[in-house]
Design a protein around this ligand. Sequence first.
Ligand code: IPE
Ligand code: IPE
Ligand code: MG
Length: 242
Amino acid sequence: MVEALESRNVPTHVAFIMDGNGRWAKKRGLPRHLGHRAACERLNALLRHCKAVGIKAASFFAFSTENWNRPQEEIDHLMEYLRLFFERNIDELIQDGTRVLVSGELGRLPEATRDICLESVEKTKDNHDFTFNVCLNYGGRDEIVKAAASFAADCLKGLANPEELNEGSFRKYLFAPDLPDVDLLVRTSGEERISNFLLYELAYAEFVFTPVYWPDFDERELDRCLDTYSKRNRRFGGLGNG
Ligand code: IPE
Ligand code: IPE
Ligand code: MG
């Protein structure tokens, strides 16, 4: 399958809304947080597969600005599983050329999770083969509002000028300025909405929805999504290729 995909149209940047962890756990009679644990355990294999098929960047929605509305106990577990993920995988990420980015407001996260995220970003900042963008306490509207506020602050300091702002120069105020637009958005669990993810970056993304719950989302299912993507005709407002 990997070989077959290589000759096809592989997206440069894929974004994942990792949904369905709670339902996955419930179906098995388990507490919701074990769904989050299983979800984190899927990440490494999927990252490897993304790299193997030639994807250059992958963004993963791990925790939204709205997810603070959940019970504190669930939030605590989730933050701990994310911390463990980085602790266990940081060396491999460093060695295999992965650059870690974290998009979102990290200030509100538990200190241990925040620290390991920042350490992972720092230790991988010179890697170039692949970008792993973890969206944590991330909201699409929050990102755009923060970008507008930073731009306004630069204007007040005389560092920017409203007349020179355009879609390209605005990007530098986003959380991950050098990432290209998302080509493919995958959402698991059968829900078909954006839930405030990457509102600016998804402008021309192809959307693929799969009923599979995230903890069951494996390399084969990713290949199916990539296959669907490769058959899409992206027109970008033009006439495309027929
Ligand atoms: C996605 O799974 C993970 C987060 C939102 C943090 P959910 O926890 O939303 O799982 P469901 O949608 O309730 O099944
Ligand atoms: C989106 O999933 C957020 C993440 C996957 C981190 P949610 O489960 O929070 O989204 P809604 O509430 O169903 O829209
Ligand atoms: Mg959900």
